[in-house]
Design a protein around this ligand. Structure first.
Ligand code: SF4
Length: 320
């Protein structure tokens, strides 16, 4: 297209502090708490391109978050390839992710989120934090990748489908209305019909609110790329279609369960398609388009849901 192509090197290095941040808008801010990853899942290039895990010092993170609260931000998302492992690489100046989550929550940000969580590193402290602080949002992105224990082992994920489901049970016990999203890869080398069925079984058990689905494609330089693969692409495509179909049933069910309920929505602005309609996200990270007061942009308001569509919920602002 005659457009300039820029290659961006992301290589391991020091964690630099006090660099200015570019932030769009004044409502939601994303704060990196760490860089890189040590997990070396066999399909993933991140540990090779971004280097080993380097966590920021707790004080620096808290200072940044405190400034955001003072500036009036309504939502902070703590970011990392695997936030649950935060601090494990620090000998001083760090803490566990559960502790960090609590400290940030105490700063009084109205909404606190985090992503991404590796199921392997979940701790009691994290459950405790999520159950104690109402400003930690009842939403979690918990990548499954596969429901087959053999595929999980070959992916280097270090949990079983049983561990994963137990984690989901525990989350739901502590936060009954928690919303769960996931990532699933189909067609990892030599995935059998039974392996795929195991994935569908976990999907049927968890009943995800939403999911990102992928057909496996090898990344040069990863162990996965040198695995021999006998599964034809058409088989992978058929499995992918089936997976999307099964996920859609639960996504629909979950969305319809909102109808008639009043939920808190952070109003971000007007809908892209209709400027007379306001738009924002629920505590559970659902997109909500609704009739309401334009003066409430930037605030958290109550919205009664009247309809669930495939991509968003429709509602009306209420004074409850
Ligand atoms: Fe790390 Fe996630 Fe990649 Fe695994 S998939 S190596 S946890 S970034």
């Amino acid at each position: 297209n005659k457009a300039r192509v820029v290659e961006v090197y992301s290589k391991e290095g020091e964690v630099y502090e006090n660099l200015p941040s570019v932030r769009n808008g004044k409502l939601k801010a994303w704060v990196n708490i760490m860089y890189g990853c040590d997990k070396f899942c066999t399909y993933c290039i991140v540990p090779y391109t971004r280097g080993k895990q380097r966590s920021r010092i707790k004080e620096d993170i808290l200072k940044e978050c405190e400034a955001l609260v003072k500036e009036g931000y309504q939502e902070i998302t703590l970011l990392g390839q695997n936030v649950n492992a935060y601090g494990k690489d620090l000998t001083e100046g760090g803490c566990t992710f559960g502790e960090l989550l609590q400290e940030v929550a105490k700063l009084g940000i109205p909404r606190l989120r985090f992503t991404t969580s590796h199921p392997w590193d979940f701790t009691e402290e994290m459950f405790k934090a999520m159950g104690t602080y109402p400003n930690i949002m009842p939403f979690i992105h918990l990548p499954l990748q596969s429901g087959s224990d053999d595929v999980l082992r070959r992916m280097g994920r270090r949990y079983t489908s049983k561990d994963y489901c137990a984690l989901v049970d525990k989350l739901r016990e502590i936060i009954p209305h928690v919303s769960i999203s996931t990532d699933i890869i189909v067609g990892f080398p030599n995935e059998t019909d039974q392996d795929f069925e195991d994935t569908l079984n976990v999907v049927r058990y968890v009943k995800y609110d939403s999911a990102f689905t992928f057909i496996y494609s090898p990344r040069v330089g990863t162990p996965g790329a040198s695995m021999e693969d006998k599964i034809p692409h058409e088989v992978k495509q058929a499995r992918f279609k089936e997976l999307v179909k099964v996920l859609a049933v639960y996504e629909r069910e979950k969305a319809e369960a909102y109808v008639g309920k009043v939920i808190p929505v952070l109003v971000e602005g007007t809908s892209k398609k209709d400027k007379s309609i306001l738009s924002g996200y629920s505590d559970t990270n659902k997109l909500v388009n609704f009739k309401g007061d334009y003066n409430h942009v930037g605030k958290i308001v109550n919205v009664k849901i009247i309809e669930a569509t495939t991509y968003y919920l429709k509602g009306e602002e209420v004074n409850e």
